[in-house]
Design a protein around this ligand. Structure first.
Ligand SMILES: [Zn+2]
Length: 277
């Protein structure tokens, strides 16, 4: 086998090739492509990589993927389809004796030394898509009918990798959404009333009165007993007029209202104070 690494590639492998078998793998690739000498496209700090490696930040990963795909498009345009004078194995390799391939590789490396992005439009599209994914993938479930795109356009100067849940929540509150105080459901209150807004389910949950009962301790003496605190059934009948009326009109129920209604009701009074009302 007389396949070999171009001298500058041999140097680069020494310098940047972390894997012990890098040189051997490249020589095999070279022979498999029937090239006499093989070279890899370089960026400013080493081999141009495809974005599937480990990166410190998502922004770096998106930049790498964008540059790599742009470089592949340049090779396709100048040197024909993949597998001829060039190929892709996570690094861009090419026939070091093919003048057009050498010229494209030099053009790419030269461009990257001047400016870190090969294709501005491709890069900003990828960045945009990654930010939408970041918003939609956050633990915060977005309201029905609101997408990552809507939230992104409501953010001031969003940056990939720097969009926090607080920022998303703030953007949503700017769009009129307020989270239920007890669960993740989004509410759209009519006005900015103070208090703790609740969704219908959580308002009913809040209405469950505390009930106590005294139960004997299993295996204990007859006089030994303990007090058990339990929540009774939601006071659905008591609360429904409020939920269907005022709360529906305001776009949210409020914990303060629910407590006042429960306290004022015959059922709630009896349950809370433990005697017949
Ligand atoms: Zn809720």
């Amino acid at each position: 086998m007389n396949a070999m690494l171009a001298p500058e590639l041999a140097d680069a492998v020494d310098k940047f090739g972390a894997r012990y078998d890098t040189a051997q793998n490249l020589i095999s690739e070279c022979a498999a492509h029937d090239w006499a000498r093989i070279a890899l496209v370089m960026d400013v700090s080493g081999f141009l990589e495809d974005g599937d490696h480990w990166y410190a930040t998502e922004a770096e990963q998106v930049l790498a993927a964008s540059n790599y795909e742009a470089a592949k498009r340049m090779f396709t345009e100048e040197c024909g389809p993949i597998g001829g004078a060039w190929d892709d194995t996570g690094w861009l390799m090419y026939d070091a004796d093919n003048p057009s391939a050498v010229a494209v590789a030099e053009r790419i490396t030269g461009a990257l030394h001047g400016y870190p992005i090969l294709d501005e439009e491709d890069h900003s599209e990828r960045e945009h898509a990654a930010m939408i994914e970041e918003i939609e993938g956050s633990p915060l479930t977005l309201p029905d009918g609101v997408g990552g795109e809507d939230v992104l356009s409501a953010l001031d100067f969003p940056q990939l990798g720097c969009i926090t849940m607080d920022m998303v929540e703030e953007a949503l509150s700017g769009m009129g959404y307020v989270a239920c105080s007890d669960c993740e459901e989004w509410l759209t209150p009519m006005d900015s009333r103070r208090g703790e807004p609740l969704c219908r389910e959580c308002a009913l949950e809040e209405s469950r009165p505390v009930e106590t009962s005294v139960v004997p301790i299993p295996g204990g003496q007859p006089w030994q007993a303990r007090t058990v605190y339990e929540h009774g059934e939601p006071l659905t009948a008591v609360l429904t007029p409020y939920l269907d009326g005022y709360a529906a009109k305001q776009g949210a129920a409020y914990r303060e209202d629910v407590r006042a209604i429960v306290r004022g009701s015959a059922q709630g009074y009896r349950a809370v104070y433990g005697r017949a009302a």
